[in-house]
Design a protein around this ligand. Structure first.
Ligand code: SF4
Length: 419
């Protein structure tokens, strides 16, 4: 099979993995402008967004052969797909070739399990090592880690990769046993714990050297951290189950990101899997809720009210912050001239940047409603929820049962409802 055909098959097979974003990577040393892919000496500008947005990566599977039988996966052993396999050298050549043509900024490499977890991991590590050591590649490398692989291989992977990820796959032990019988949550968590330990060690070693004012340490271990992916909608886990697990993963393993990937039905799928994908909006709402948990000080019980609605699901009609505000209308309007930052962050339509601008601007004068637009805020969305020196929304507006419908229709309540 020629290389182009392999590329078509293996790039297509990799599209199901959502965890291809990079964030917070440390630029590898490129003093003197040396090294292929150097971000400082080659006139190439990389953007490492702390919000984890995707950069352009060559996203591939080393192979889509697999000895495992995860029923949600198109590449499972019994699947009738066309198979292909790259050699280590082929992936290295492709990466360098694409990089030099300026098509990509790095590599995202995953693989089906060939022969054994260790054998597969060894192949992935060889690609990364060859790029770094033989070709002095300084671009971004994200390696998917095989949880069952030996600790020594996982340790090596982090020395060459900018980011490692180990997919948690499904939100519960029960679902994993049902749909991915060869995988074990315990092993996945153990590997995540191991990655975290190495990342912490590397950070600690750099701190120690800095404290001693010694030359900067070059010991980096997966400098862009670790991430994971969860499939949404393949089993009956609720949004509350999913977010609780994510919350736990962020805290226990210092995850940089948990990616949510809406289940997509595959040909000849098991009867136990749903015939239809979940609404894509569900994936989007989970990302929004995830953001609120990590950066806006919300608790899971506030975002998904399991006890009240009993469904444990996010409202698909409106974003989770607006849904929360509509359930807690008694806490509004918030006076933007007096409210602390953490309260401002809870106002629908006010994000971290907007809240920061308000706090800065109000040091100089009492804010008027038009000043909020100057802070970059959408006055239509925030109008019912804020009070300024010249804007006092009436309580009947907040109590209006149609308020949610107005937001859903995209109407601007400000024009019709406020003085
Ligand atoms: S291990 Fe499971 S999810 Fe991964 S490629 Fe094999 S069958 Fe697919």
């Amino acid at each position: 099979m020629n290389r182009l055909r392999k590329l078509t098959i293996l790039a297509d097979a990799a599209k199901y993995d959502a965890s291809c974003a990079s964030s917070g990577s440390v630029k590898r040393d490129s003093s003197g402008g040396r090294g292929v892919g150097s971000t400082t000496g080659m006139g190439i500008c990389h953007s490492y967004a702390p919000d984890g947005r995707c950069i352009s990566l060559l996203k591939l599977l080393l192979t889509n052969f697999c000895i495992y039988e995860c029923s949600y996966c198109i590449n499972r052993a019994s699947s009738n797909v066309q198979r292909a396999r790259f050699s280590v050298e082929e992936v290295v050549d492709l990466t360098l070739d694409f990089y030099k043509r300026n098509y990509i900024e790095g590599l995202f490499l995953s693989s089906g399990i060939i022969r054994s977890a260790d054998y597969t991991m060894e192949q992935l590590v060889r690609v990364a090592r060859c790029l770094r050591e033989t070709h002095d590649f300084r671009g971004y490398i994200h390696l998917k880690t095989i949880p069952d692989a030996s600790p020594a291989l996982i340790e090596q992977a982090g020395l060459y990769a900018d980011r490692l990820s180990i997919n948690i796959e499904l939100p519960s032990v029960h679902s994993l046993a049902r749909f991915a019988p060869e995988k074990s949550l315990l092993t996945i968590r153990k590997s995540m714990g191991q990655v975290r330990e190495h990342i912490d060690e590397a950070k600690e070693s750099r701190h120690r050297r800095r404290r001693r004012r010694a030359a900067a340490s070059t010991f980096h271990y997966s400098p862009a951290g670790q991430s994971t992916q969860m499939i949404v909608g393949a089993d009956d886990s609720t949004d509350s189950d999913i977010l609780s697990l994510s919350h736990n993963l962020y805290r226990t393993y210092d995850m940089r990101r948990v990616y949510y990937s809406a289940f997509s039905p595959i040909p000849d799928a098991a009867q136990t899997l749903p015939a239809r994908p979940p609404p894509l909006l569900r994936e989007h709402r989970l990302y929004q809720a995830d953001w609120l948990l990590r950066f806006y000080g919300f608790g899971i019980g506030e975002i998904v009210e399991t006890d009240r609605s009993g469904t444990g699901m996010l409202d698909l009609d409106v974003d989770p912050k607006l849904a929360w505000a509509l359930r807690h209308r008694d806490l509004f309007p918030v006076n933007v001239n007096r409210a602390p930052l953490e309260t401002l962050l809870r106002v629908p339509g006010i994000g971290a940047i907007g809240a920061g601008r308000i706090v800065q601007a109000r040091q100089f004068s009492s804010l008027r409603f038009k000043d909020l637009a100057k802070c970059g805020l959408s006055t239509g969305k925030i109008a019912p929820f804020v009070e300024t020196a010249d804007h006092h929304p009436s309580l009947t507006v907040l109590e209006d049962q149609d308020l949610k419908q107005r937001f859903m229709r995209g109407a601007s309540p400000q024009l019709t409802l406020f003085s």
